[in-house]
Ligand binder design. Structure first.
Ligand code: SF4
Length: 228
């Protein structure tokens, strides 16, 4: 089962990513991201702003706590699963990025964790917080948010959702328009998630090799074209 954060148009990206040895700076970036997420969760759940180190992470959290008031009923770090039929599946994250259905008879197409979720004016808002520098584009085009949004919509019986990113470095939100769950856009989201979740591990070259793939070990990566 490919987790929501690993959904992409090419199954081999996930395989190569898992094999790639992270540089120290990449490990450090991941560690800082984890600290930010833990601090955000503590603040949302307790109201206390934890002291974070280093100052960069404290600044990221301050950017959120000074610019945004958690709405009533906001949920944080919610694990959700999605079945092959597109239904919400209750799951437990037994260890980082490992999701198990609470009912062993349920089957998972994918699963993941929603950083922040709340309802406003009849729209269920689903947001992922990012601490990296990479420009991820529009939130409604991210397969991870599509999958989490579909699971959340079924869980909360929402007629409309909006998908968002919180960019910690800029202290900015990016939101999609409201998406009706009976719309063509929602149907397209489902087709994308289903297709990406079912890919095997083989290479699937396409325009994404140039736009979103970091896996230079793959012979289809544009880096090899440049060298030819
Ligand atoms: S370069 Fe293209 S084919 Fe190779 S892993 Fe990346 S996306 Fe897949």
């Amino acid at each position: 089962m490919r987790t929501a954060s690993k959904l992409s148009p090419c199954g081999r990206m996930d395989v190569l990513s898992a094999q790639r040895v992270r540089t120290k700076s990449q490990q450090r970036a991941a560690e800082l991201g984890t600290r930010f997420h833990r601090g955000m969760e503590e603040w949302i759940k307790t109201g206390n702003i934890p002291e974070l180190r280093p100052a960069q992470v404290a600044d990221w959290l301050a950017g959120l706590t000074t610019s945004w008031v958690p709405p009533p009923g906001v949920e944080c770090e919610v694990a959700v699963g999605l079945s092959p039929e597109g239904r919400y599946v209750p799951v437990t994250e037994t260890e980082p990025h490992v999701y198990v259905p609470n009912d062993p008879s349920h089957v998972l197409l994918t699963a993941g964790r929603i950083d922040l979720m709340w309802e406003s004016d009849g729209v269920l808002l689903i947001a992922d917080a990012k601490t990296g520098r990479t420009d991820l584009g529009d939130p409604e085009r991210l397969p991870q948010l599509m999958a989490l949004g579909l699971a959340a919509a079924d869980r909360n019986k929402a007629d409309y959702i909006a998908l968002g990113l919180y960019l910690a470095r800029e202290a900015q939100w990016k939101w999609s328009d409201a998406i009706a769950m009976d719309s063509e856009q929602a149907a397209g989201m489902w087709e994308t998630v289903l297709e990406y979740a079912r890919l095997d591990d083989s290479a699937r070259p396409g325009p994404w090799c140039h736009s979103i793939c970091w896996e230079t070990a793959c012979e289809h990566h544009p880096r090899h074209e440049d060298a030819a």
